[in-house]
Design a protein around this ligand. Structure first.
Ligand SMILES: [Zn+2]
Ligand SMILES: [Zn+2]
Length: 356
């Protein structure tokens, strides 16, 4: 009996741990929050899996949308695996329709640096993008309605010392042939790309670039995910959101997004209640974090209030109470910065908390 009880407890704990691992973020003001990965490979380029497995993995990871982005120029298994540049999408798309996952047709232009690797999403025919000249290939993708992302701009294989924005990137950008940029790819973070996204108003992405299975890919708790704030649950609405830069990057324990979406996601994810005992002067803050990412708060300028914490961490899917005696009667609010939720280098989200 005791053994059975232990087995039951162990099973419940493992279900709970598994449930916590599937990423979840709530909808925000005016938009649905779609969980997406816009960069995946299959055996039709240099990936190790059949395309429909990407849909099965997406279901397990709480994703709503994936893009299949096999390399145009690098297909090591093409003697064994028949099919043109559209075939992997067709297989995954059929599985996506059966299981309720949106699959976006894409491809990865795979060139040496510069310009490096670029994903084209929402294309019609990947075969027509196979051409020697990178400029022509991207113009063809654009003529098909493609949305173009500069992938892993600081990948050490191509940019070993410093991450450089080359002249050709300026030319592509000026011709509307770079629309977005990966701030996060696989296990990498590119701070330069975050600055460029802010300077040049590029849509921000966090993508897995998975080649193996997600389970064996070495992603830790979760793969990088692009959250998309969409008007409805359709590929058209995803495209509209990407064009209008309504995305957030979820990478390890970090959220990166432009305002106002950073603040809107924070507001939807963090519930705050407060009560003040005017007899004793004690203030109580109650926090509930509804999302999968921790929320780390820091006081930019420490105040002289007894027991007021400089740092507060609200773990994913959990609640926390902070109780302290307010010895400062003249301040109404205190503003904390979210050190792991930010929109640019040194530009953080804000949480305002009452002191009375
Ligand atoms: Zn690549
Ligand atoms: Zn790739």
């Amino acid at each position: 009996m005791k053994y059975k009880f232990l087995v039951l407890i162990t099973a419940l704990i493992s279900i709970n741990v598994f449930a916590q691992k599937a990423p979840f973020f709530p909808d925000i003001k005016n938009y649905y929050t779609l969980h997406c990965d816009f960069h995946t490979h299959t055996i039709f380029s240099d990936g190790l899996v059949w395309p429909d497995l990407r849909v099965t993995e997406a279901l397990k990871d709480n994703l709503d949308v994936i893009a299949i982005t096999d390399h145009i120029e690098y297909r090591p298994y093409q003697d064994e695996v028949q099919g043109d540049h559209n075939r992997s999408y067709e297989i995954a798309s059929k599985a996506g329709k059966e299981k309720g996952i949106i699959v976006i047709k894409g491809t990865e232009l795979t060139r040496s640096m510069p310009p490096g690797h670029l994903n084209a999403l929402f294309i019609k025919d990947a075969n027509k993008i196979e051409t020697d000249n990178a400029f022509e290939a991207l113009e063809e993708a654009k003529s098909q309605g493609g949305f173009i992302i500069w992938n892993h701009p600081g990948w050490k294989v191509q940019q070993p010392d410093t991450t450089i924005w080359f002249d050709i990137h300026t030319k592509l950008y000026e011709k509307d042939l770079i629309n977005g940029i990966e701030i996060f790819n696989y296990s990498d973070y590119y701070p330069e790309a975050l600055q460029w996204a802010n300077e040049k108003d590029l849509t921000m992405f966090a993508n897995s670039d998975v080649h193996q299975t997600i389970r064996t890919g070495g992603f830790g708790n979760h793969r990088p995910i692009t959250l998309v704030f969409a008007k409805d649950y359709s590929s058209k609405a995803v495209e509209d959101a990407l064009i209008n830069k309504r995305t957030a990057c979820y990478f390890k324990d970090t959220i990166v997004a432009f305002e106002p979406y950073l603040g809107d996601l924070l507001n939807a994810s963090l519930l705050v209640n407060h009560k003040f005992n005017y007899e004793s002067g004690f203030m109580v803050w109650s926090f509930t974090n509804l999302c999968s990412c921790p929320i780390k708060l820091k006081l930019p300028n420490p105040l002289n209030i007894e027991n007021l914490p400089n740092d507060i961490i609200i773990e994913p899917n959990s609640s926390k109470k902070i109780r302290f005696k307010n010895t400062e009667q003249n301040i109404d609010n205190v503003v904390y910065l979210t050190t792991n939720w930010f929109s640019n280098l040194n530009t953080y989200g804000k949480v305002t908390l009452p002191l009375k």
